[in-house]
Design a protein around this ligand. Sequence first.
Ligand SMILES: Nc1ncnc2c1ncn2[C@@H]1O[C@H](COP(=O)(O)OP(=O)(O)OP(=O)(O)O)[C@@H](O)[C@H]1O
Length: 666
Amino acid sequence: MLSTLAARASTCLRCGTSSSAARSACFSTISGTTRRKMLQVGKKLLAQPAIRNVAVVDTKRASAKLGRSTWKDLRAIFKLAGPYKGRIILGLSFLGISSSVFLLTPRTLGKLIDEFDDTKKQEPGTEDATLLMARYFKEHPVALAGVLLIGAAAIAARVYCMHTAGQLIINDLRKKVFASVLKQDMKFFDKNKVGEIVSRLSTDALIVGYSVSMNLSDGARALVTCLGSGSLMVYTSPALCKVMFFVIPIMVGTFAVFGRLQRKYTLEMQDAVAAANQVATERLGSVKTVRMLVAEPKERAAYGAKIQNIWDISKKEGAAKGVMFGSFQFTGYMALSTILFYGSTLISKGLLTYGELSSFCLYAVLSAASLSNMSGFFVEIMKGLGASARLFELRDQKPMIPLVGGIKKENVEKEITFENVTFAYPDRDRLFSNISFQVPAGKITAVVGPSGSGKSTIASLMLRLYEPDGGRILVDGVDLKDMDPSVWRRNIGTVGQEPVLFSTSIRENIVYGAEHPEQVTEAQIEEAAKQSNSWEFLRRFPDGLNTMVGEHGSTLSGGQKQRVAIARALVTNPRILILDEATSALDATSEYLVRVALNRLLENSQQTVLIIAHRLSTIKHADQIVVIDQGTVVERGTFDELVQIEDGVFKKLVEKQTIGWNGAAV
Ligand SMILES: Nc1ncnc2c1ncn2[C@@H]1O[C@H](COP(=O)(O)OP(=O)(O)OP(=O)(O)O)[C@@H](O)[C@H]1O
C-alpha cells in the first residue's frame, strides 16, 4: 500500500510534466542562397563555436546542479509565475482546506473505531476535537461523506487553478521565445536547427510551466502532508514512531539514488526526442525531394536510428524506475508489517488502541506517499531548471541586427553605395574582400558573376539580412546600419531564386508583404497579378485568387509560383525591386511578358532595380552591369561596353552561355 502510493508520485517522463500533471494531462521574398537557407527552416541550424558574435544557442542539455547560478535560475523560473500569482495563491488556499480535511480524517476514523469498543471509552473531560467529530460522525455518517466531499472539491479547485496557471505560464513562455527566435539574425538560423528549437518550444516550455505550477502545488501538498502526518504519527504513538527511524533513511536514500538517475535519463530522453523531431521536421518538410531521390529507405533508417536512441534510454529509464518502485514496495511493506507487528504487541500490553494503530497506519501511508511526492517535486524542479536554461537562452538572445529602430528612410533619392565592403559567412572564407559600386536610383543595375561569386549575397546585404564585416553600405550617404531595417525592407520588393509561398490562398500570398494587408484593394491585387502575368492562369482556377496553394505552394507550377511571387513584390508598389533570377522559372513567353510589364513599371514609377541574373540575355537593357568575381568588382558598364572588353569576365560569361545555348539547341 505504501509503495503503491509512493509509485503514484512517479513522473510522466515522456512528456515531462510534473508528477501529477503528467498523470492527469498526460520572406516573403528573400533571394538566392539566403532564400534557400530560409526555406530550409526546419532544416539547417546548430551550435558550433560562435565566431564574430554569431548567436549560437547551445541546445544540448546538461543536468542542472543546485549551485549558486541554479538558485538564480530557480528565481527566474518562479518569476514566470508572477503574473498569475493570484491564481496560484488561490490554488494554495484550496490546498490548505483539502490538507486539513484529509489530515484530520485518519485520526477521527481511529477515534471512531475506538468509539465502537466499549472497553476503550475515553474518560469524560479528556476528549479532543477529533473525538467530538468522531462521535458526531458515528451519529451522522452522512456528515462524514459531506466533509470528505468538501475536501475533494477543494482538491478539484486546487488542480484547476494550478493547471490553468501552468498553461498560462507555458503560453507566455512560448510566445516570448517564438518572438525572440523570429527576430534573430540570419546568422542565427544558419547556425541553429529550427526543428530542435520547435521541440524546445513545445516540450521544454511544458516542463518549465508545470514545474512552477502543478509541481509547486504537488510539492506544497507533499510538504504539508509530510509534516502534518509526521507530527500526528508522533502525537498518536511515539512508541511506534521508532519504526519510522529505520524506514525513512532507506526510503530517502532510494529516492536520492534513483531520483538522480531518473533525472539523468529524463534529460537524455528529451534530447533524444528533440533529435528525432528534428529529423522528422526536416525530412517531411522536403518530402518531394526525398521521393524524387528515392530516399525513403534512407530516411526510414535515419528516423529509426533516432527512435532506437529513445528506446535505449527508455530501457535504462525503465530499469531505474523498476528498481526504485521495487525498493519502495519492499521498504513500504516491511515498514507496514513491522508497524502492525509491533503495534499489536503494544495493543496486547494495553499501551495502544486499535483505533490508534489504524490512524497510525493511515498516517504512515500518507507520509510515505508525501515523501515520495517531495522527491518527485525536486526531480521536476531540476527538470524545469534544465529545460528553462535553453528556453531562457533563446528568449534572452539579442540579435545583432534589430528589427526596428533607426532612421526611417523610405526611399533612395540618389544611389545605394557599396563602399569597400568585406564580408564572410560564419565559418567560411572571406567572400568579398573589397566590393565597391553604386546602384543609381531609378535605374536598373544588374549584378552578374560566376556561380557562387556572391550575387545573392549582395542582395542579402542590401536587405540588411547580414551586415558587412568591413566597409559600408550607404543609402544617399546614410549608413544602412543607422537605418530602421523594417522601414527599409518594407520599401523593397524582392523576388528570390526559389519563390516561397505559404500554404494559404493566392490572395493571402500576394498581400503577405503589405504592412496592412486588409487595406490592399482588389484592384491593386488584380493589377499586380496582371503585371506579373499571373492573371491569365489565376482566372482559369475555379477559386481564382482564393485557390489554396498547398505547403510551400506545392500545388502550383514553378513558373506560376514565380509569377505569384512577382505579384507579391509588386502589389505594394515598392520603390526598390530586387529580382534574383526572378524570371528563371518562366518560359520564354512568360519571361518576355514579365519583362515588358517590368519595363513599363520602371518607366512609370522610376523604381530602383537590382537584377541578379544568370541569363545574360535578360539584362541587355540594364543601365549598368556590375561583374563580380573572386570577391571583388572586376568590371562595370553597359552590356555593349562590357562585351567589348577583350578577355573580360563578362565577355567570357556571355561566350560560355552562347556555347551553352548552342549546345542546348543541338
Ligand atoms: N548562409 C550561408 N552560410 C554560409 N555560406 C553561404 C551562405 N549563403 C551562401 N553561402 C556561400 O557564399 C557563396 C556565395 O553564395 P551566393 O548565393 O551569394 O552566390 P551566387 O553568386 O548568388 O550563386 P548562384 O549564382 O549559384 O546562385 C557560396 O560559396 C555559398 O556557398
